[in-house]
Design a protein around this ligand. Sequence first.
Ligand code: UDP
Ligand code: MG
Length: 332
Amino acid sequence: MNKARLTIIVPCYNEEEVLPESSKVLGGILNQLIQKNQISSASKLLFVDDGSKDKTWEIIKGLEKQAAIFTGIKFSRNFGHQNALMAGMKTAAATSDAVITIDADLQDDPNVIPEMVMKFNEGSDIVLGVRNDRTTDSRFKRWTAETFYSLMGRIGVQLVPDHADFRLLSHRAVNALMRYSETNLFLRGIIPQLGFPTTKLYYQRKPRFAGKSKYPFRKMLAFAMDGVTSFSIAPIKAILSVGIVISVISLGMMLYAFIKGLFGTTVDGWASLMTSLWFLGGVQLIGISIVGEYVGKIFAEVKHRPRYIIETDDYTVAQRPAVLAQQQRVRG
Ligand code: UDP
Ligand code: MG
């Protein structure tokens, strides 16, 4: 049997501080796997530069010159982590039997990669890296993550807790994933829906090797909101229940006001009137904003805009120079 061609995909956004080290570590692991004959010698380490403003792309270019296993894709601007992963997988899938995605900051243990390959060779299509503890994350990050997973579970979205975007996917799993054409991507929610033989591998998550997290609280919140609204209409249903409860209460209020009116003491009701006015206004605004969130999602989907725009694709160029040259001749 031919050895599997593996592509390790590394999304990078302003990662000049960590790239020299992570390319060394990941490149070393890939080379070792090649030497041990566990994967094909055509396997690659693919960096996806998500519109970095620092020297990330220059470093990637330098690596490409240094060794043939290094290659890169550059986006025309920042399109976000999930889109960088999708672009890497789509590009690599053309010529890979399996892909592994891993963050550039070495927080996920790269030593798990050989085990992932082993599981793949044993027949798993999907191998998920799962953290077995979060002691290196800040207490706040841990708390928000736990709340998020329990909330998602309650509204019926299947997630593998503490599995981020460190995983191996077989060629056919990537192809299945590519058929999910939605603009609002939440990969870790989609992966469990693919099916296929799946294995989990546990590892300890380390602190960032260098540099700062590219997920500030604002981005994290937006990501969590995307996760909820692209998988579930539970919030809209929740608004309906709140609406019903409030309507029932307001019926009671009406009755109360009517009886008060009969006894001629209506001025007394000012406080309760004001409170309910403000309360209802607030509930309505929340309701409208949540519905708006979904309408916005639909708006983004129907426009069918590209998820990302690639400026340079050295991976494909290196794989198929002849094909590309011909395409360019045709285009003139
Ligand atoms: N990343 C990206 N585009 C972005 C934000 C992040 O490609 O807009 C990459 C980043 O370079 C890193 C990975 O996604 O490789 C995870 O980001 P980070 O480590 O900052 O997130 P955290 O581990 O703090 O959740
Ligand atoms: Mg990180």
